[in-house]
Design a protein around this ligand. Structure first.
Ligand SMILES: Cc1cc2nc3c(=O)[nH]c(=O)nc-3n(C[C@H](O)[C@H](O)[C@H](O)COP(=O)(O)OP(=O)(O)OC[C@H]3O[C@@H](n4cnc5c(N)ncnc54)[C@H](O)[C@@H]3O)c2cc1C
Length: 543
């Protein structure tokens, strides 16, 4: 890296066509495409390694809930043929190994600055360049700035009075230590029963002396039925990967699964039960694809919700505990449906206590434990499975200043506004991968990432060929798109749960449904049409 003299204490690290922030699956692919198109690029990454989500989330039990054969890049036939996944649902270490393999295979490491957190990015109107500053005292100049900072990368720490006074270790699942953590024989508290909590709780219960699970909202979860990869299944995918990936992209969630085309209400209760039992036995979240209207029609949804509630009641032996674990006040699927391994069974263990902190709110922590309601629980260690400031958290932590001093955090004070989730008005040449206003977290993320990154690369290429200096979302087009995002959500049951899709897990965050719920095929079609129509809704110009 070339170091030039800079202003003040900062050193100018160099000028590039692109600065990419983040070395998860989005940043890695962006770098690869930029290079292939002949652009110079640097990736700035806060972590000391690649992998993003899979670098940070090292808690026991961490794994994906999209089948491995689909939770992987499709851009290289050679890569998808040569990589072997050892399980139906890959574990965190295996996905991290995959990310490292990709970075090695495509020779990406040399253009990544690790241990480098981006603190600020400012657009300079005179030369249409972004100046990106880091915690290493470096400044990078680039025409294009791509935020590949991740939708679930800013850990949400609850504000519990006295948390700092707790003498034992506190772990957040989203920044788990790299050294092995032993909780053997300890009294452990876990706060949170979302996707991460549901994965980590059975693992901790198996080693802790006693585990207290602090639950605010019970979650629907289905058995993953994870197992070693079946060789025939793997071969069948590899034999027709291209066709299957294409079919997957034609599905709303970007996932190839057995999507029923009938309404749940159009079949007899007996037929429905048989279908739900079949999918329950198969494992995974495919039960939500049993009928066409499970996420649109409340009555249809109630049929599958009630089926899952029955399963929870069957598994959990103590009825008063089962009732606490059964979600009743929101539709299934309105929050991310979890896939678990013996989660509900864990509550039959003698060393596990479920604490309903909706009824007995967590009041404070002290040096050796936590008080919820009027009860004190002595703890040696605390695990926060409290999720993320989703979709906007990582970007908002960066001080991003666009045209005429416009600050992105201030612009998004009442909720994020974007055009297609890809750009936001007032911030020329700044792209976001799977940003708010794109389907992102409602889909299998890797294809969504690939499609966004490809669109950005094509756009940069087009603007460069045109000899233009900038592209920018226009205000009216952005407003129209945000209306579309609201309309798409209104037609679904997603808005009926207090979920991180709406940001309500973060105190003070405006309750706005952030992802586009119109499905991946509709979104992709719109993105393609916009580009084909000369980037309709975007302003392209010279300085
Ligand atoms: C526990 C867990 C399980 C998941 N399971 C699934 C699943 O089964 N299926 C699915 O589709 N998706 C899943 N996801 C979503 C997952 O985040 C995406 O699938 C995908 O990994 C996102 O890749 P990314 O590159 O966009 O973001 P990330 O992987 O989050 O990477 C973003 C990177 O940006 C870096 N960064 C952020 N801010 C800065 C800054 N200011 N300066 C420098 N670097 C910065 C971060 O350190 C991080 O490395 C899961 C997420 C979690 C947390």
């Amino acid at each position: 890296m070339q170091k030039l003299a800079g202003r003040g204490d900062e050193v100018v690290a160099g000028s590039f066509d692109l600065v990419i922030v983040g070395a998860g699956f989005a940043g890695l692919y962006m770098l690869h495409l930029a290079r292939r198109m002949g652009f110079s690029a640097v990736v700035l990454e806060a972590a000391p390694g690649v992998g993003g989500t899979w670098f940070w989330n090292r808690y026991p039990g961490a794994r994906c809930d999209v089948e491995s054969m689909q939770y992987s890049y499709s851009f290289s036939e050679e890569l998808q043929q040569e990589w072997h996944w050892s399980e139906r649902y890959a574990s965190q270490p295996e996905i991290l190994a995959y990310a490292n393999y990709v970075a090695w295979k495509f020779d990406l490491f040399c253009d990544i600055e690790f241990n480098t957190r981006v603190l600020a990015a400012a657009f300079q109107e005179d030369d249409c360049r972004w100046v990106v500053s880091t915690d290493q005292g470096m400044r990078y100049r680039a025409k294009w700035c791509v935020m590949a900072t991740g939708c679930l990368s800013a850990a949400q720490i609850p504000s519990i009075p006295g948390l700092d006074s707790f003498q034992g270790p506190v772990y957040h699942t989203g920044s788990w230590p790299h050294e092995p953590v032993s909780l053997a024989g300890q009294s452990v508290g876990v706060i949170g029963t979302g996707s991460s909590g549901i994965q980590v709780i059975p693992e901790i219960a198996a080693q802790a002396g006693h585990l207290y699970v602090f639950q605010r909202t019970p979650n629907y979860s289905v058995p993953a039925r994870n197992r070693p990869m079946d060789a025939e299944y793997e071969s069948s995918w590899k034999a027709e990967y291209a066709q299957r990936r294409k079919k997957a992209r034609a599905m709303s969630a970007g996932l190839l699964w057995d999507q029923g085309d009938k309404s749940a209400l159009a079949v007899s209760p007996e037929e429905r039960l048989q279908e739900y039992e079949r999918r329950w036995a198969a494992g995974g979240t495919g039960i939500m694809a049993a009928y066409s209207d499970l996420l649109q029609n409340a009555d249809a949804n109630e049929t599958v919700a009630e089926f899952v509630r029955g399963k929870i009641r069957n598994v959990v032996e103590r009825s008063e505990v089962a009732e606490l674990l059964v979600p009743v006040d929101y539709p299934i699927g309105a929050k991310r449906t979890c896939a678990d391994t013996k989660y509900f069974e864990t509550f039959n263990r003698e060393n596990v206590t479920l604490v309903d902190h909706r009824a007995s709110p967590i009041r404070e922590m002290s040096s050796n434990g936590i008080t919820a309601g009027s009860e004190f629980f002595r703890l040696d260690s605390l695990v926060l499975a409290t999720g993320f400031d989703a979709m906007t958290g990582a970007i908002s932590k960066i001080d991003i200043v666009g045209r005429r001093g416009l600050n992105l955090k201030e612009k998004w004070l009442n909720g994020p506004n974007t055009l297609l989730g890809l750009m936001t008005a007032g911030f020329p040449n700044l792209f976001i991968v799977t940003g708010p206003g794109s389907p992102s977290v409602l889909t299998n993320m890797i294809p969504s990432i690939e499609d966004n990154v490809q669109w950005i690369a094509d756009c940069i290429s087009h603007i460069s060929e045109e000899g233009a200096d900038f592209i920018e979302a226009t205000g009216p087009a952005e407003e129209t798109w945000m209306g579309e995002v609201r309309r798409a959500a209104e037609g679904t049951l997603f808005v009926q749960a207090k979920s991180w899709y709406l940001g309500v897990n973060v105190p003070g965050k405006p309750a706005v449904f952030m992802p586009y719920a119109g499905g991946m095929p509709a979104y992709q079609r719109i993105c393609e049409e916009v580009a084909a129509d000369g980037y309709r809704g975007f302003a392209i110009g010279t300085r």
